[in-house]
Design a protein around this ligand. Structure first.
Ligand SMILES: Nc1ncnc2c1ncn2[C@@H]1O[C@H](COP(=O)(O)OP(=O)(O)O[C@H]2O[C@H](CO)[C@@H](O)[C@H](O)[C@H]2O)[C@@H](O)[C@H]1O
Length: 508
C-alpha cells in the first residue's frame, strides 16, 4: 500500500471521488470498475484520494464497516434533518466513506427491482449528493477536487455553486463530472428534490428539462468546472445530435471544458497470466497461447453445456439492453449458427431480449448457450475461452470488455462507436497492426458480414489469426496513463472556479 508517495507533478491533490458503485464492494456495471481502478491509480501517483458511495445492503463487508461519523443533514426548508452515518470501508489502497442512510439504501438492490426503478431514486441520490459534501467538513477532508460520476452525483457540482458558494471550507474546491453514460439522465419531478431546495426556490434552466422536471446529469454538466467523457470519440459524439442522447446543446455549451479520457484496463484483475478464475493461465507466446486458450475453451464449453469441440467460439458478456446491440445480433444469430461455430452469451437485463435469446438457445442447444446470470467468474472464463468477443453496440462511451478481450487474445468484433473505435484496430483497414474487427452500419446485416469475415480468417488463415491475437495481447491500456490525464485536467482547474451569482446566465 502506498500512502506517502509524492506525486511526480509536485502538488499533492486531495480528491473526493463520488460514485454510486465501486467494484469489489458492489457492482452493476462498468462504472464500478472505473470507481475502483481510477482512485487507486491516483493514489498510487501520490494523491490523497477518498471515495464516497452509498452503503447499500449489498455492499461487501457492510456489516463490519467501522462507523466514523453519526450525523444529520440539515436542510433549510425541511422541518426534520435526515440522520445518517458515515462508515469506513477500503477499496484497494483507498479509504471509502460509505454513507449509511437505511431509509434510502437498505434495499435488496441498488437502483431497481424486477426491472422497475425505485420510485424515489431522485430523492435517494439527491440525498447522497448532498451528504457527500456535508460529510467533508465533519470528517475533516477538504477536497481540492470533487470528482463526480454520472447522473447519481450530478447535483454535487450544483450544490458547490449554490449551497456552498460562500463556504470558506470549499473556497478552493473544484468539481469535475465524468460521463460514463449520458443515456441515463436522472430526470425527476421537483417533488423529489426537497433536500435541494436551492433547485426549487429558483428555477435553474440549465438543470431543467421541462417546467416540472430536473435532470441531475444536466445539472452536473452545467455546473461542474470540467466535464469529461470516458473516451475521446465519445466526447466528440456528445457534441452531435446523433450521439448526445438529446443533450447536444448542454455539451456544446461546455465544449471548451469537455475532455475525452479513455478508461484503462485493470490488469491486476484481467490478466491471463494470473487470473484465478480461468482453467489454465497463458502468455502471448504461441505455445502458451494455443495451449492455454484450448484448455480455457474446453472448460468454458463444459461450464455452459456446449459440446467440447475444436470450433471457433464467439462470446459476449453484457447487460441485456439495446445499448449493447443484442437486438442487432438476435435477427442474424440463427443464420450465423448455420456455420460450424459456437456462441456463448452471458447477461441479464431486458426480459424481452432474454426471452428471444432463450428461444434461440433452446432451438440450437449444440451451438448456442445463453446464460442468464451475472457472474464475474464466468465473465473471466468467456474472455479466456472464446476466440472472438462481440460488441455490436448501439453506442458505447468507452467499453471495458473489448479491452479485457484484447488482454486475453480474444479478438473483439465491435461497431465503430464511442470508445470501441478508440481502442480496437480493424483488420480490414490496417491488417499489420490490427487487433480485431470494426464495422459501422447499425444493422444486423453489417454485423453478420463482419462475423463471417472473422470466421474466414480463423478457418483459412490460422497463422494470421494468431498474429492478430498477439497484436491484441500487446495492447496496453494502463490506468496509470488515464490517471495522469485526469490529473492534467484537474491541474487545469487551478485558476479559481466560476462563481454562480444570482444575475448569472444560469438563472431564469
Ligand atoms: N452478466 C454479467 N456477468 C458478469 N459481468 C458482467 C455482466 N454484465 C456486465 N458485466 C461486467 O460489467 C462491466 C460492464 O462494463 P461496460 O464498460 O461494458 O459497460 P457499462 O455499460 O456497464 O458501463 C458504462 O460505463 C463504462 C465505464 O466508464 C463504460 O466503459 C461503458 O461504455 C458505459 O456504458 C464489465 O466489467 C463486464 O464484465
Amino acid at each position: 500500500m502506498v500512502t506517502s508517495k509524492k506525486p511526480a507533478s509536485g502538488k499533492q491533490l486531495k480528491i473526493l471521488f463520488v460514485a454510486s458503485e465501486v467494484e469489489g464492494l458492489v457492482k452493476t456495471g462498468g462504472l464500478a470498475d472505473v470507481a475502483k481502478s481510477l482512485p487507486s491509480a491516483l493514489k498510487e501517483m501520490g494523491h490523497d484520494v477518498r471515495i464516497v458511495m452509498p452503503l447499500y445492503q449489498k455492499v461487501a463487508g457492510a456489516d463490519q464497516a467501522e462507523p466514523l461519523l453519526d450525523t444529520e443533514l440539515y436542510v433549510t426548508s425541511q422541518p426534520m434533518p435526515v440522520s445518517y452515518q458515515v462508515k469506513q470501508l477500503q477499496s484497494d489502497n483507498v479509504t471509502v466513506f460509505a454513507v449509511d442512510a437505511p431509509q434510502y439504501f437498505e434495499r435488496p438492490e441498488l437502483y431497481a427491482e424486477n426491472n422497475q426503478a425505485y420510485s424515489d431514486n431522485g430523492e435517494r441520490f439527491a440525498f447522497f449528493s448532498a451528504a457527500s459534501l456535508d460529510l467533508c467538513e465533519k470528517i475533516g477532508f477538504q477536497p481540492d477536487i470533487v470528482h463526480c460520476n454520472d447522473w447519481h452525483t450530478g447535483l454535487v457540482p450544483f450544490l458547490l455553486r449554490t449551497r456552498y458558494v460562500n463556504d470558506a471550507f470549499f473556497a478552493q474546491t473544484k468539481s469535475v463530472i465524468t460521463i460514463h453514460n449520458a443515456v441515463f439522465k436522472g430526470v425527476f419531478n421537483y417533488d423529489q428534490y426537497s433536500l435541494v431546495p436551492e433547485l426549487i426556490q429558483r428555477r435553474y434552466i440549465n438543470a431543467e428539462i421541462d417546467p416540472s422536471h430536473v435532470s441531475m446529469l444536466k445539472a452536473g454538466v452545467a455546473y461542474a468546472d470540467k466535464v469529461n467523457a470516458v473516451s475521446p470519440n465519445y466526447a466528440s459524439e456528445l457534441l452531435t445530435h446523433l450521439g448526445s442522447h438529446g443533450m447536444e446543446a448542454d455539451f456544446q455549451a461546455r465544449a471548451s471544458d469537455l475532455y475525452g479520457i479513455v478508461n484503462g484496463c485493470d490488469y491486476r484483475d484481467w490478466n491471463p497470466e494470473t487470473d484465478p478464475f480461468i482453467k489454465q493461465s497463458f502468455k502471448a507466446n504461441k505455445v502458451s497461447l494455443v495451449r492455454g486458450k484450448k484448455a480455457c475453451k474446453r472448460d468454458l464449453q463444459q461450464q455452459v453445456g456446449l459440446p467440447v469441440e475444436d470450433v471457433p467460439l464467439y462470446g459476449m458478456v453484457c447487460r441485456l439492453s439495446e445499448q449493447k446491440g443484442i437486438h442487432y445480433l438476435i435477427p442474424v444469430l440463427k443464420d450465423f449458427l448455420v456455420n460450424d461455430v459456437q456462441v456463448v452469451i452471458v447477461g441479464t437485463g431486458d426480459p424481452t431480449l432474454a426471452a428471444a435469446l432463450r428461444e434461440i438457445s433452446d432451438a440450437h442447444k449444440e451451438k448456442f448457450a445463453f446464460v442468464e446470470a451475472y457472474s464475474n467468474p464466468l465473465a473471466h472464463c468467456v474472455e479466456a475461452g472464446a476466440d472472438f468477443f462481440m460488441m455490436p453496440s448501439e453506442f458505447e462511451p468507452c467499453g471495458l470488455n473489448q479491452m479485457y478481450s484484447l488482454a486475453y487474445g480474444t479478438l473483439p468484433i465491435v461497431r465503430g462507436v464511442g470508445g470501441l473505435k478508440d481502442t480496437v484496430i480493424d483488420y480490414d483497414h490496417t491488417p499489420q497492426v490490427a487487433t480485431g474487427f470494426i464495422y459501422d452500419a447499425p444493422t444486423p446485416e453489417a454485423l453478420l458480414i463482419k462475423l463471417q469475415r472473422s470466421l474466414l480468417l480463423y478457418c483459412q488463415r490460422p497463422q494470421e489469426f494468431k498474429r492478430l491475437q498477439q497484436n491484441a495481447m500487446a495492447c496496453k491500456f494502463e490506468w496509470k496513463e488515464s490517471a495522469e490525464q485526469y490529473v492534467s485536467m484537474y491541474m487545469g482547474l487551478e485558476l479559481g472556479r466560476l462563481v454562480l451569482a444570482p444575475s448569472s446566465e444560469y438563472l431564469v
